[in-house]
Design a binder for this molecule. Structure first.
Ligand SMILES: Cc1cc2nc3c(=O)[nH]c(=O)nc-3n(C[C@H](O)[C@H](O)[C@H](O)COP(=O)(O)O)c2cc1C
Length: 136
């Protein structure tokens, strides 16, 4: 089973989360600047929400994905206010014909004083457990 990790991080939270994922999955965490060039069975995909929307760079990256290059996506994310950006990211991926795992991870991510300190150690530990539960 081949695996890859891609993430977009404006303020560093998703980058740290991707490092936790990489530690468990055993492949490098790479930003969405690195295109998917070889078929992967599972793509771990990290993103966040800014000013209520999915960043245009994330949308642009998703548009480069095709079902013949990506078997399935597992999403991880953080947010300060909304429950998760998962429904929106899932919708965008499914528009590309990509299979999206129902299992996803979202934790709190600080926005100034809102949810200050998140993602914290407990969040990273929960992410590590989540990723372990997805490994086959
Ligand atoms: C400028 C800014 C705008 C944000 N807008 C939202 C928002 O609309 N809704 C929300 O739930 N979280 C919002 N957040 C929280 C981010 O989703 C959260 O900080 C996330 O962890 C950022 O990930 P990153 O550090 O990888 O960029 C915002 C954060 C910032 C700094």
């Amino acid at each position: 089973m081949t695996k890859a990790i891609r993430y977009y991080s404006k303020f560093g939270h998703t980058r740290k989360m991707a490092a936790v994922v990489a530690d468990k999955v055993g492949v490098p965490a790479e930003s969405i600047d690195q295109p998917i060039t070889e078929y992967v069975d599972v793509l771990y995909f990290g993103s966040a929400v800014y000013a209520t929307v999915v960043d245009w760079r994330v949308k642009k990256f998703i548009k480069t994905l095709t079902p013949d290059m990506v078997g399935r996506v597992i999403c991880f994310s953080s947010a300060a206010i909304i429950e998760s950006n998962y429904p929106k990211v899932k919708e965008l991926l499914e528009k590309q014909g990509i299979k999206v795992d129902e299992r996803q991870f979202t934790c709190r991510g600080s926005m100034g004083p809102i949810q200050a300190g998140h993602p914290n150690k407990a969040d990273f530990d929960a992410l590590a457990s989540f990723v372990e539960s997805t490994l086959e």
